[in-house]
Design a protein around this ligand. Structure first.
Ligand SMILES: [Zn+2]
Length: 154
């Protein structure tokens, strides 16, 4: 059963900003943290566990008056490869974009090698993305491979 509040949330429109749709529900909070939404000072609406035919349960994020760079948005492809970006101007969708797995990842993911310097000292992780479909990362420091099953937030 869907509550009335939920329905209202679903239809609530924003005037200017960015809507990120089709986020797998399990990745929603990772996406929030990757985009550092907690540091933004504009209105943000977060919808959680909406039904989706493709994803089962999905999340939606609406960010008023902010337009994160495509580079920043691409970082969420690691956890939400099917996410759709809608750019809203004057209540209308003026642009639709997909996210794309970037070539390099800085921060975000932990190197799975416990001996890696990034796990020993306060060093930001850096990876080259060597496989984009089943995202696989190679550490710049220790060259160990971290695959999707071992992604842990840094
Ligand atoms: Zn490493």
């Amino acid at each position: 059963m869907e509550s009335k509040d939920m329905k209202e949330l679903k239809v609530s429109a924003i005037k200017e900003g960015t809507v990120i749709d089709h986020i797998p529900a399990r990745s929603l909070f990772k996406v929030i943290s990757i985009l550092e939404l907690q540091k933004m000072d504009t209105q943000i609406t977060i919808g959680y566990n909406f039904e989706s035919k493709r994803l089962g349960q999905k999340g939606i994020i609406k960010i008023s008056d902010k337009f994160p760079s495509q580079k920043d948005l691409n970082k969420i492809a690691l956890f939400a490869p099917e996410a759709k970006i809608n750019i809203i101007r004057d209540y209308k969708v003026v642009e639709k974009d997909n996210v794309q797995v970037p070539d390099n990842i800085e921060g975000i993911v932990k190197c799975m090698n416990p001996k890696c310097i990034t796990n020993q000292e306060n060093v930001k992780t850096k990876f080259v993305v060597i496989e984009k479909k089943n995202v696989t990362l190679k550490c710049n420091y220790c060259e160990k491979i971290t695959d999707q099953e071992h992604f842990e937030m840094k």
